[in-house]
Write a protein that binds this ligand. Structure first.
Ligand code: CUA
Length: 256
């Protein structure tokens, strides 16, 4: 074996040692853990935030077109969070700003990551996997604040005084992801704007004309693809809402 061969062998040996050293250092020294697919947890369809005590939290988040459930998670500073992620419809990507959380949300599977929120502030939750026309509007939020330490704030879906009517509808409008496609200020979107929609006459894709009354609005929410407005496409997913929630949403739409 000549010198050159020996040098090449030694060099490649050193490179291997460097490579494995870096792996061990990132795992042990930097605490970097590769996100794992959880096999001992059934895929869930509702988001929830669970206070485990001692600063530990469990957040189960569901991604769907085009919103996250829960749409907003409130946590106290220093919260150590086990994040579990699932999807309802198609594959979504989930990136949480200012953290190293970057996961896929896959229908029928659960992905997990552990993350600690020390700094107070708002962290946007962003979908980074193209998931349909309103993908770019798919966003959630994690709010870390001392106010969020109160147990009552842990479940944003159940405020102390339950909202009703248009107020409930307004919250559902935000939580259900309607705003991803429908503006309320008249500006154009993926779907028709809802500004001043009540009482208007609309022309549907099939050429028929309808007056926007309560019955029409309910139908538009419950059966969106039967009431496609001319010039728009049949893209709206069915919202996971109860009859009462649909009514509240319609009450809200009438106020716009
Ligand atoms: Cu969900 Cu892009």
């Amino acid at each position: 074996m000549d010198r050159l061969e020996k040098t090449a062998l030694v060099l490649s040996g050193l490179l291997m040692a460097l490579f494995f050293g870096a792996l061990i250092y990132s795992a042990r020294g930097l605490g970097i853990v590769v996100p794992t697919c959880v096999t001992d947890m059934a895929p869930f369809t509702k988001g929830q935030v669970i206070d485990k005590g001692n600063g530990r939290w469990e957040v189960q988040m569901v991604a769907r077109m085009w919103a996250f459930d829960p749409p907003e998670v409130r946590l106290p500073p220093g919260a150590e969070v086990d994040l579990y992620l699932s999807a309802l419809d198609v594959t979504h990507g989930v990136y949480i700003e200012h953290t190293n959380v970057n996961l896929m949300a896959v229908p029928g599977a659960v992905n997990a990551a552990r993350v600690r929120f020390d700094r107070e502030g708002e962290y946007n939750v962003i979908c980074h996997e193209y998931c349909g026309v309103a993908h770019q509007n798919m966003m959630g939020k994690i709010v870390v604040s001392t106010a969020g330490a109160a147990p009552a704030a842990a479940a944003p879906a159940a405020p102390a005084v339950p909202a009703t009517g248009a107020a409930l509808g307004k919250r559902l409008f935000a939580d259900t992801g309607c705003a991803a496609c429908h503006t309320i200020d008249g500006s154009p979107g993926v779907g028709p704007t809802l500004k001043g929609i009540s009482g208007h006459e609309v022309e549907l894709a099939d050429g028929s004309k309808r007056t926007v009354d309560e019955a029409y609005l309910i139908e538009a929410v419950v059966n969106p693809n039967k009431t496609v407005v001319k010039g728009f496409q049949a893209l709206m997913p069915q919202a996971p809402l109860s009859d009462d929630q649909v009514k509240a949403l319609v009450e809200y739409m009438k106020t716009l």
